[in-house]
Design a protein around this ligand. Structure first.
Ligand SMILES: [Zn+2]
Length: 137
């Protein structure tokens, strides 16, 4: 494992993401489902990207998924400029959507396409938490 200190920036919270970020305080990964076409949606928003429906319902996701793709990022930007090498990945959630995120607590053996991962919340200064993923136990 490479020593990395990821920043934990406070997320920008908008009316359509308030419920999501409130749930992170409880360690829950909320997802949205379109009540018209049943698509599971990531990231949180006001309108279904599949059918443009505006009737979305929240539900608590399993927090489980697998690595869909990953890369080791050696030089980040902004808050991530001093992080050192870190893992940027797409995780495909059990519920379907692919989430761009970081993999944490990894070893080289963990960085494999299809490797099971689980959500790991990192607290921020405002009490919310950033959903990242670690190899499943
Ligand atoms: Zn829809």
């Amino acid at each position: 494992m490479t020593e990395t200190t990821l920043p934990n920036p406070v997320p920008p919270i908008t009316p359509d993401t308030t419920e999501f970020w409130e749930a992170t305080k409880r360690g829950e990964l909320l997802l949205q489902r379109c009540t018209s076409c049943q698509s599971v949606i990531w990231y949180p928003r006001m309108m279904c990207p599949e059918c443009s429906g505006t009737s979305l319902e929240w539900f608590t996701g399993s927090g489980k998924g697998e690595i869909y793709s990953w890369t080791k990022t050696r030089k980040g930007l902004g808050d991530y400029a001093k992080a050192g090498p870190f893992i940027l990945a797409y995780v495909q959630l059990e519920e379907g959507p692919k989430v761009m995120t970081n993999i944490v607590d990894w070893t080289d053996e963990d960085l494999v396409i299809g490797k099971p991962v689980e959500v790991a919340f990192t607290p921020t200064e405002d009490g919310t938490a950033l959903p990242r993923f670690r190899p499943a136990k």
